[in-house]
Write a protein that binds this ligand. Structure first.
Ligand SMILES: NCc1[nH]cc(CCC(=O)O)c1CC(=O)O
Length: 309
């Protein structure tokens, strides 16, 4: 099949999103020097709304408008953080994830202007994060710290931190690297301290399924191990059927012998209950299903449904 001449890429206008699109353009240019790319800017409902995301009426606040533009044919490619893609339902009909880029750092980081770590922060320190997963893990390990809801893109959160609205921020290492703010990191949290969300650090490239030339061209950017890991993580999320307020953490890695390892935790909102599972398998779908089943046997549905949503 012949290469498409032009690929129009839909991008949210935040600095992080634009950096992600520039990475995609660079990788596409290296793989297919003959294909031109064009960036089509978007503002999604998740970007416009500064309140709690749960009030936006369902998941996909950062992906819905891009899905619609893809299906309407005004763009050919959407770049998503896998972390922002709802996991309890299939990818929208008529679209396909044609590639997962090689995963970046999947850990979370603390940004504290005074340079302290979470263990050293004084009691009552206000930690800016709206992630139920991070809030539950803060409550579990650092109950004396005070999570404070904060929204907006990472740059605006850093500006709020500098203005003294909060004392510190929890943000993804990969996101801070993408906006060139890695020098603001004061502590990188271990996966044991702060288990990452499904899809952390991974970008997915979404195309129209019928657009075979684009699917094939974009497929050249796929990283095979990231694909396996993401498949296992998203299968777990699909089987657990979490809602948008579910504190679920999970990450897959590839062992030296080629098997996948998948660790997952489900937390109660107050962090007092933690369900934990860790299994290995060569088959990503079987592994995601099995780890989810283990968590369900431990009572994951009860823990998930006890949280208002
Ligand atoms: N929730 C928003 C979001 N979605 C993806 C990233 C960063 C990149 C990633 O983890 O893949 C972020 C910011 C953050 O959590 O700090």
């Amino acid at each position: 099949m012949s290469d498409p001449q032009l690929i129009r890429i839909g991008a949210r206008s935040s600095p992080m999103s634009l950096a992600q699109v520039e990475r995609v353009r660079a990788e596409l240019a290296a793989a297919h020097p003959g294909i031109a790319t064009e960036v089509v800017p978007f503002t999604t409902s998740g970007d416009r709304w500064s309140g709690a995301l749960v009030e936006l009426g369902g998941k996909g606040a950062f992906t819905r408008e891009l899905d619609q533009a893809l299906l309407a044919g005004t763009i050919d490619l959407a770049v998503h953080c896998v972390k922002d893609v709802p996991g309890d339902r299939p990818v929208p009909a008529g679209t396909v994830f044609a590639a997962y880029l090689k995963r970046d750092d999947l850990r979370d980081a603390l940004v504290h202007p005074g340079g302290l770590s979470l263990d050293r922060l004084p009691a009552g320190s206000r930690i800016g994060t709206s992630s139920v997963r991070r809030v539950a893990q803060l409550a579990q390990r650092w109950p004396e710290l005070e999570p404070v809801p904060i929204r907006g893109n990472a740059n605006s959160r850093l500006a709020k931190l500098d203005a003294g609205v909060v004392d510190a921020l929890l943000l993804a290492v990969s996101g801070l690297e993408r906006i060139g703010a890695q020098d603001r990191i004061t502590e990188i949290l271990t996966v044991e301290q702060m288990m990452p969300a499904v899809g952390s650090g991974t970008l997915a490239l979404q195309c129209r399924s019928e657009d075979e030339a684009v699917v094939e061209a974009v497929g050249a950017l796929n990283d095979a191990e990231t694909f396996r890991q993401t498949t296992a993580e998203r299968m777990l999320l699909h089987v657990l059927q979490g809602h948008c307020n579910s504190p679920i953490a999970a990450f897959a890695t590839t062992e030296h012998d080629g098997r996948l390892s998948l660790r997952a935790r489900v937390f109660s909102a107050d962090g007092k209950t933690t369900l934990d599972a860790h299994e290995w398998d060569r088959n990503a779908l079987a592994l995601g299903t099995s780890v989810a089943a283990t968590l369900l046997r431990q009572g994951a549905h009860e823990v998930i449904n006890a949280i208002p949503h």
